[in-house]
Ligand binder design. Structure first.
Ligand code: FAD
Length: 387
């Protein structure tokens, strides 16, 4: 994602608003220092950036291009072959479109247009997940001796893993707050409104605090009220372009990953870059269905793989206490002992190699490779149609 943002001319912006980071699994298991040597060897850069800051910047770019933006809820999209798609907005106004890019998030109303792989609710992947997001003033956090030693630097990314939960927390907002996200398996009844973000008292969710390591318990007790909701599991999609090749899914609508994963926004930026690279090659309107097929062929293997990988990681982190958890902790301890020069490189690659591999994905190159192979065929078809 960073690479793409740089290509879009946002390097100066990123230097100004994001912080380079280290990543740590503190205390209980170990720490990985993302020192220069490791980063150069494995990935280019690892940065903290507030989502809203990036969104504001992208909005500014849209405004600069004088793109017309209409606000309103999309009620429905209808398509028939060889006719424009009709997007029905708000009170019933209709927008005609060659095709529609749906970026309506995890709970997408339009995802059901796409075919999906039914595998949700298996023995391991829970059907429901509780997500809490909260911010605590750093002054309150540093009053606690144990937490003070954890939250010293804004370049550290702390992860607690435990029986059925994962907590990510880091110092943010210029050192003013600790921001944390927790995802946990959720087995209680789900009531109307539980799947909507809302600030609630922690007691609402009936969380068993004894599950947590004392510092997490302390952090949660400082939070009291948290922005929270339940996410229902969603199946992996088998297609990203659907209904007469006129509806394209992007963002969380296309790749349902739980908060706390590493790749959400990166995937969305990759999707934007993929569409940009494909559509800068268009020669004729009649090519649109073929170009959308190209989008699906390029993106589907990547998104399906990441979703499955992220789920595997999530499950590994939330392993219940017992022999498997002890084995996981022992391996992580071993791999995190010492600096990069003295690390057990083979074991490191076995555990984190796949993760690092994902960061080297280059969406721009993917389109170039695809186009080298299939572009001449698509261009020739236009000529044939014109003849
Ligand atoms: C607590 C938390 C922490 C996270 N941390 C990270 C992180 O560290 N790194 C990371 O990469 N990602 C993170 N994420 C995930 C990231 O925020 C999402 O992946 C990202 O916002 C998805 O973008 P999106 O545009 O696909 O969907 P959304 O951001 O959900 O946007 C969808 C938009 O569509 C609108 N909409 C829905 N239906 C309609 C309709 N019918 N008509 C019109 N508009 C509609 C919604 O109002 C919304 O504005 C986090 C998420 C949470 C909740």
């Amino acid at each position: 994602m960073t690479r793409i943002l740089y290509r879009w001319g946002l390097k100066a912006f990123m230097d100004q608003v994001s912080e380079k980071t280290g990543w740590s699994r503190e205390g209980l298991i170990g720490t990985i220092n993302y020192d220069d040597e490791l980063l150069q060897d494995q990935i280019s850069e690892f940065r903290f950036l507030r989502t809203q800051t990036l969104e504001d910047k992208l909005q500014e770019l849209v405004d600069n291009e004088a793109i017309r933006v209409i606000f309103g809820t999309v009620i429905n999209i209808t398509t028939v072959p060889n006719m424009p798609a009709k997007v029905i907005v708000g009170e019933g106004s209709i927008i005609n479109a060659d095709f529609v890019i749906c970026a309506d998030g995890y709970d997408s109303a339009f995802k059901d247009f796409a075919d999906c792989e039914i595998e949700e609710g298996g023995p391991s992947w829970p059907n429901a997940h509780l997500v809490l997001a909260f911010a605590i003033p750093i002054s309150a956090v540093r009053e606690d001796e144990a937490l003070r030693s954890v939250f010293q630097s804004s370049t550290q990314w702390n992860i607690w893993v435990g029986n059925g939960f994962v907590v990510h927390a880091n110092v943010s907002d210029g050192g003013e707050f600790v921001r944390a996200t927790m995802t946990a398996n959720y087995n209680r009844d789900i009531f109307l409104g539980d799947q909507t973000w809302k600030v609630r008292r922690l007691e609402y969710w009936g969380i068993d605090f004894d599950l947590f390591e004392p510092r997490v318990k302390k952090l949660l007790s400082l939070a009291e009220s948290v922005s929270s909701r339940v996410f229902m599991g969603r199946p992996v999609l088998n297609e990203l372009v659907c209904v007469n090749s006129k509806i394209v899914l992007v963002g969380d609508a296309a790749h349902p990953i739980l908060p706390g994963g590493n790749q959400h926004i990166a995937l969305a930026i990759e999707e934007a870059e993929t569409l940009r690279c494909i559509f800068t090659r268009i020669q004729h309107r009649s090519q649109i269905p073929e170009l959308l097929v190209a989008y699906e062929e390029i993106r589907l293997p990547r998104t399906s793989h990441i979703i499955k990988y992220e789920r595997g990681m999530h499950l590994m982190m939330k392993i219940p206490n017992g022999p498997q958890q002890e084995e996981r902790d022992a391996k992580l301890k071993q791999v995190m002992a010492g600096d990069w020069d003295h690390m057990d490189e083979e074991l490191f690659r076995a555990i984190f190699g796949e993760e690092f591999q994902q960061y080297s994905h280059d969406a721009t190159e993917e389109v170039e490779d695809w186009w080298t192979k299939w572009g001449p065929v698509i261009s020739k078809r236009v000529l044939d149609r014109e003849c």
